[in-house]
Ligand binder design. Structure first.
Ligand code: 7TS
Length: 386
């Protein structure tokens, strides 16, 4: 059976062109770029090129930094924990503002800092699932050191007003970090247009390999490393750089930007087709206005159909979807986002996320529509509450 992959917010297929780009760095050009011999020296231009692709990809300035690391979890921890050691530990500024929508790697590092006396505000989404710039403004005090708000949400695809939030932070002299993991490759990410101080990304979310990511740091902003050791990354992140991963991430970023228009038209068209079909089912709730979401994501609640049951049914038919973040899929708690937008308790247990990519085909979407309608009928017949 051909399988259908609609869980692209969890991870993506590596683009074959990306795999080809990284391939020579396993068995041919395998030198350590810090070595002084030819094996090391021959690798360096490729790392330089990858850096250029990353800088161009997010429109970073020459004097900004992009630190290559292992994943978005590392990038996010570097910012949150780095702030503690840099600023929060010894000054009056002991306050961080973040949101209830963030990935656990932000939430848990903030919780950890709370055990060290840091005060954290976790802003709740409004009835539209959004965090407004006004909400951020209202939470800033003269003790606030850092605001961390994601660019796009992994569950709903909702794009947060990060430009307005950046303006508020600038005005109030507070640093801004954004987790752009779900934005890169789906919408334009430009750090000149949106003046954030720190920005996190992860290659495997935009058709690169797993285990490599990046942290953008605006020029002049100081942040201690999370990993201490060698001089790699200008002392910002010790450890031998993952050469194949970095080359691959550069290529993946370049391709992601080349495909942005395709995301906005073709991927969006297929997502809308799927969403329109879901909305034809009775008692269905889709979170967030379409035009405010990344073009690949739909998060749907279907009354009388447990999220896990539908995922199971789809999986039996070769279709991969999820009930939200794979990182939280062990817990069967009601979805915070569904609760925030006012869904009742029953509905808040029915969220299912379908996330497409530029590799998703029309036939796959047609088969998914057919399979979901059948599954919903079956599961509703079995439901005691519907
Ligand atoms: N930040 C966001 C917004 C994410 O969606 C994820 C992964 C991460 C950080 C972590 O990235 P990593 O590179 O460290 O793994 N999100 C999901 C998800 O939505 N389903 O599975 C993983």
């Amino acid at each position: 059976m051909e399988r259908i992959y609609l869980d692209n917010n969890a991870t993506t297929i590596v683009d074959p062109a990306v795999r080809d780009a990284m391939e020579p760095f396993f068995c041919h050009m395998y030198g350590n770029p810090n070595s002084l011999h030819s094996f090391g020296i021959e690798v360096r231009p490729y790392l330089h090129q990858a850096m250029e692709q990353l800088y161009t990809g997010i429109n970073a300035a020459d004097d900004d930094d992009i630190v290559i690391n292992s994943c978005a979890t590392e990038g996010n921890n570097t910012v949150i924990l780095g702030f503690y050691f840099n600023l929060l530990k010894d000054t009056r500024k002991k306050h961080i503002i973040t949101t209830q929508l963030e990935h656990p790697c932000i939430r848990e590092s903030c919780r950890y800092l709370e055990t060290h006396g840091v005060k954290v505000t976790y802003l709740a989404p409004d009835r539209d699932g959004m965090i407004t710039a006004e909400a951020v403004r209202g939470a800033i005090t003269d003790q606030t050191a850092l605001v961390s708000v994601m660019w796009a949400n992994n569950e709903t695809g909702l794009i947060l007003p990060i430009k307005e939030i950046a303006e508020v932070c600038r005005e109030r002299g507070v640093y801004l970090h954004t987790d752009a993991v779900q934005a890169i490759g789906k919408i334009k990410v430009d750090v000149q247009e949106v003046p954030v101080d720190f920005l996190t990304f992860s290659a495997h979310k935009f058709h690169g390999p797993k285990g490599v990511g990046g942290l953008y740091i605006r020029n002049g902003v100081s942040l201690p490393p999370l990993l201490h050791g060698g001089e790699q990354m200008g002392g910002r992140r010790a450890g031998t750089v993952d050469v194949p991963g970095m080359v691959a991430m550069g290529k993946a970023m370049e391709l992601a930007n080349q495909h942005l228009a395709f995301e906005q038209t073709e991927v969006r068209r297929l997502r809308d087709k799927l969403e329109d079909a879901l909305l034809k089912i009775d008692d269905v709730l889709v979170v967030g206005r379409r035009e405010l979401r990344t073009p690949n994501t739909v998060y749907v609640s279907i009354r009388g159909v447990e999220g896990e049951a539908l995922i199971w049914d789809l999986n039996q038919n070769g279709i991969a979807a999820s009930t939200g973040s794979a990182c939280a899929s062990e817990s069967l708690e009601a979805s915070p986002i569904l609760t925030a937008i006012g869904a009742d308790k029953e509905l808040a247990h029915t969220g299912v996320r379908l996330s497409l990519s530029r590799f998703t085909t029309e036939q796959e979407i047609d088969f998914t529509i057919y399979t979901i309608s059948k599954a919903v009928m079956r599961l509703r017949q079995l439901s005691t509450s519907y």
